[in-house]
Design a protein around this ligand. Structure first.
Ligand code: E4P
Length: 217
């Protein structure tokens, strides 16, 4: 499973990128707002840092306007993925932008039928939002599993990008059900390294090592 980082925090992306943990980046208007940065400037900085796809989202709601915004965003760098919402206009924009050779991420997906339409419209990535479904007591991971089955049934090339990930269990479960990509905030990716028994075991090793009076360096 590929790891995308769901942030516009360039320092956090750089830290994970140095460890080989970044296969791509996703942003959205809320993430850009939180960064306090100019969308074109910060997106260019991220694209220069990361080799993989960097999603930048359109903010228009009419297909023609989305297409114009998408074309402008795509000019930022070769690894830009234009992100469009899963509306009928978004699907039209997806079809046009992908036919022109752009990578397109169709976002705000909450049903398998929406994912089916996005694949038919030539999406490079479909972004089902796990956390926001969990928030309303619908199992977001069931949606990932359903889309996996449908895409495999018909050999769709659209990649399933599990989004709205809030916990380390979301990461594990997305990998288990076969998501192609998971996008998560840096804190979630970093906390995948944590385990209480690792901390306990390390503490015991350190205490015993002190008792030996030895040094390695
Ligand atoms: C990523 O592409 C999505 O925009 C993001 O994962 C949404 O996450 P949220 O539901 O935590 O805002």
């Amino acid at each position: 499973m590929k790891f995308f980082v769901d942030t516009a925090d360039v320092e956090a992306i750089a830290e994970l990128n140095d460890l080989g943990m970044v296969d791509g980046v996703t942003t959205n208007p809320s993430i850009i707002m939180k960064s306090g940065r100019d969308i074109l400037e910060v997106t260019k900085e991220i694209c220069d840092l990361v080799a993989g796809p960097v999603s930048a989202e359109v903010v228009a709601t009419k297909a023609d306007d989305m297409i114009a915004e998408g074309r402008k965003l795509a000019k930022i760098a070769e690894n830009i993925t234009v992100k469009v919402p899963l509306t009928w206009d978004g699907l039209k924009a997806c079809k046009t932008l992908s036919s022109e050779g752009n990578m397109v991420n169709v976002t705000l997906c909450f049903s398998a039928n929406q994912a089916l339409l996005a694949a038919k419209a030539g999406a490079t990535f479909i972004s089902p939002f796990i956390g926001r479904l969990d928030d309303i007591n619908i199992d977001g991971m069931d949606l990932i599993a359903d889309i996996r089955t449908i895409y495999d049934n018909y050999d769709f090339g659209t990649e399933i990008l599990a989004a709205s990930i809030r916990t380390v269990n979301h990461m594990k479960d997305a990998a288990l059900v076969g998501a192609d990509v998971a996008t998560a905030p840096p804190a979630v990716i970093k906390s995948m390294a944590n385990h209480v028994l690792t901390d306990k075991g390390l503490d015991a090793f350190m205490k015993d090592w002190e008792k030996t009076g030895q040094k390695i360096l």
